[in-house]
Design a protein around this ligand. Structure first.
Ligand code: ATP
Length: 515
C-alpha cells in the first residue's frame, strides 16, 4: 500500500511530523500562532541537510558563485526601491457578519472553480450517456451549456484581470457582488469594500515610534544581495557572470496562511542572484532552468512530480519567469521561481541611493548595470516536498504494517542506528564501541530498548536509511549486519568496512556528483 501523492494527505504528514519530532506548531502551549512552526530535533537536521545540499550545489560547485549572510533588517529605502512598499499588496475583503477576512482575488477564483466544476459535471453526464463513442473535445466545443459556462468564466477572468492591473478595488468588489459570492463560512453576502493590504511586517527602530523610525522585516532575501552587489564584486574580485547565494529568513503577513508549512508567515528562502551581461539573459535563463531541475531530480523524489509553469503575467521586474511546480498532496504548486529580472533592481537601487552599481567591462571598454537571473526556492516548501513524497504506509508480507519515510539517504536526519541485538553478553559494549566510531562521521543513534523489530520501526518512521545490528557473530568475527530501510534487506559487513560502506550511500557527495 504505497501511499504517496494523491492518497497522502497534508494531515497525515503534519501529524507524523509532530509525533516524530520534525515540526511542531509554534508556541503550542499557548495554542499556537497562525502559520508559524518550529522545527524539532529531526526536522532541524533534515532542514540543515537540504540547506547543505543547496549551498554546496551553488557555492562549492560553481567557482563563480559566492555566499553571503545579510541582515534581516535593512534600510527602509530598500523597500521603496524594490517596489515592496507600493506594490507588495493583496486585495482584501472582510465579511461583516462572520468577521472573516479573505483575499478578493481568491474568492473570485473559487467562484470560477465552481463554474469549472459545473462543466466537469456536464462532461461526466454526457460521457455516461454516450459511452465509448463519447468525444470530450467535441462535446466541450459544441455543447450549449458548456459554452455558456465557458463564456461566464472568460468574462469573470477578464474583469478580474483588468481590475487587478489598474488596482481598481471598487470594480473588484462589484465583481464579488455581481457573482453573488457568499462567505464560505457563514453564507453571508454582507461584504466590506476591498482594501489593499501590504504583506510586509513593520516595526520601529530604536525607541521612537514614528514613521521616520519605521523599518520592515524583509519579505525576501534577494534585496540583501542586490545592495551588496558592489561590496561582493570588489572584495571577491568577481567578473561577470557571477552569482551571490544566500539562505535566510523572510517574513510575509500572509492572509490565507493554511496548508501547513506550504504558506507560512515566517519562512526561509534559498536565493541566488546571477549577475550577467545584458543581452545574455535568455541563454542564462535556460541554463538555470536546466541546472535547477537537475538539482531536484538528483534527489529521486520522482521525475513525474515536477513540472515547469511559465508565467504569462510577468511581475513588474521580470522579462521572463517560470515556476518549478511540485506535486504536493494538494496538487501541483509552486516550489521554486526562476526569474529573469533585467537591471530592474540594481537600477532602482542606483536611483534611490545615488550610488553607481555598475560593472566595467574590459572587452567592451564601458560600464553598465548588469542584468540579473534569479533562482528562488522556499526551504520550508522544499522540506514539505521531500516529506510528502517520502511518507509511505506499507503493508508487509507478514500482514503487519509500517510507516516509513523513504527520504533520500543524504538528506535523512539520522544516517545510521546502532542496535545491540541484546543488552547483555558484551553485545552492548561492542555496540557502544561502534557508536563511538560512527558518530564522528554521521549523525548516529544508539538504541537498545525494546525488541529489534520495534526498534527498526522507530528508525523507519524517522527515515534512517541504515540500521547496524550487533549480534553474537559480531563478537566472533568482527562483522555486523546492515539493514537497508526501503528493501529491509540485510547484509553482513566487517566493522573496518562499515564507515566506508555507509559513506558511499549517505554522503551528500552522492547527490552533488549527479549535477
Ligand atoms: P506564492 O505565489 O505561493 O505566494 P510567490 O510567487 O510570492 O509565492 P516568491 O516571492 O517568488 O513566491 O518567493 C520564492 C519562493 O519562496 C517561492 O517559490 C516559495 O517556495 C517560497 N515562499 C514564498 N512565500 C512563502 C510562504 N509564505 N511560506 C513558505 N514559502 C514561501
Amino acid at each position: 500500500m504505497a501511499n504517496s501523492g494523491d492518497t497522502t494527505t497534508l494531515k497525515n504528514i503534519s501529524s507524523h511530523c509532530k509525533e516524530y519530532g520534525f515540526i511542531y506548531p509554534s508556541s503550542e502551549i499557548y495554542d499556537g500562532l497562525g502559520a508559524t512552526y518550529d522545527y524539532g530535533p529531526y526536522g532541524s537536521e533534515l532542514k540543515n541537510n537540504i540547506k547543505e545540499y543547496w549551498w554546496k550545489a551553488m557555492v562549492r560547485l560553481n567557482e563563480n558563485i559566492v555566499g553571503i549572510d545579510a541582515a534581516i533588517f535593512m534600510h527602509p529605502t530598500t523597500w521603496k526601491a524594490s517596489g515592496h512598499v507600493d506594490a507588495f499588496n493583496d486585495p482584501l475583503i472582510d465579511n461583516k457578519d462572520s468577521k472573516k477576512r479573505y483575499r478578493a482575488d481568491v474568492l473570485i477564483e473559487d467562484a470560477i472553480a465552481k463554474i469549472e466544476g459545473k462543466i466537469d459535471k456536464e462532461v461526466k453526464k454526457a460521457s455516461k450517456r454516450f459511452g465509448d463513442s463519447f468525444d470530450e473535445a467535441q462535446f466541450t466545443a459544441t455543447n450549449d451549456r458548456v459554452l455558456k459556462y465557458k463564456g461566464q468564466i472568460e468574462d469573470i477572468e477578464s474583469r478580474m484581470k483588468s481590475a487587478l492591473e489598474v488596482g481598481d478595488l471598487a470594480a473588484l468588489k462589484q465583481l464579488i457582488v455581481d457573482l453573488e459570492i457568499a462567505d464560505p463560512v457563514s453564507g453571508s453576502r454582507n461584504w466590506t469594500d476591498v482594501r489593499q493590504f501590504n504583506l510586509m511586517f513593520s516595526t520601529e527602530l530604536g525607541s521612537v515610534a514614528d514613521e521616520s523610525g519605521k523599518i520592515y522585516l524583509r519579505p525576501e532575501t534577494a534585496q540583501g544581495i542586490f545592495v551588496n552587489y558592489l561590496n561582493v564584486q570588489k572584495t571577491s574580485r568577481m567578473r561577470l557572470p557571477f552569482g551571490i547565494a544566500q539562505i535566510g529568513k523572510a517574513f510575509r503577513n500572509e492572509i490565507i496562511a493554511r496548508q501547513f508549512i506550504f504558506r507560512m508567515r515566517e519562512f526561509e528562502q534559498m536565493e541566488m542572484q546571477f549577475f550577467i551581461k545584458p543581452g545574455t539573459d535568455a541563454t542564462w535563463y535556460e541554463h538555470w532552468k536546466e541546472q535547477r531541475i537537475k538539482w531536484h531530480k538528483a534527489l529521486g523524489l520522482g521525475e513525474e512530480n515536477y513540472r515547469f509553469h511559465d508565467h504569462l503575467n510577468l511581475a513588474h521586474y521580470a522579462n521572463a519567469a517560470c515556476d518549478i511546480e511540485f506535486n504536493f498532496p494538494m496538487g501541483f504548486k509552486e516550489l521554486e521561481g526562476i526569474h529573469s529580472r533585467t537591471d530592474f533592481d540594481l537600477s532602482a537601487h542606483e536611483k534611490h541611493s545615488g550610488k553607481k552599481l555598475q560593472f566595467f567591462d574590459n572587452e567592451e571598454n564601458k560600464s553598465y548595470v548588469p542584468y540579473v537571473l534569479e533562482t528562488s526556492i522556499g526551504l520550508d516548501r522544499m522540506f514539505l516536498a521531500v516529506m510528502s513524497s517520502s511518507y509511505t504506509e506499507e503493508k508487509l508480507e507478514d500482514g503487519s504494517e509500517r510507516t516509513v519515510l523513504k527520504l533520500p539517504p543524504a538528506l535523512a536526519p539520522v544516517k545510521v542506528a546502532v542496535l545491540p541485538l541484546m543488552n547483555k553478553d558484551g553485545l552492548d559494549e561492542k555496540a557502544e564501541e561502534i557508536m563511538k566510531e560512527v558518530k564522528l562521521d554521521f549523525n548516529a543513534q544508539y538504541d537498545a530498548k525494546d525488541a529489534i523489530g520495534k526498534r527498526y520501526r522507530r528508525q523507519d518512521a524517522i527515515g534512517t536509511p541504515y540500521c547496524v545490528t550487533v549480534d553474537h557473530q559480531t563478537l566472533e568475527d568482527d562483522t555486523v549486519t546492515i539493514r537497508e530501510r526501503d528493501s529491509m534487506e540485510q547484509q553482513r559487513v566487517s566493522i573496518p568496512e562499515l564507515i566506508k560502506t555507509l559513506d558511499e550511500k549517505v554522503n551528500i557527495k552522492t547527490l552533488l556528483k549527479q549535477l
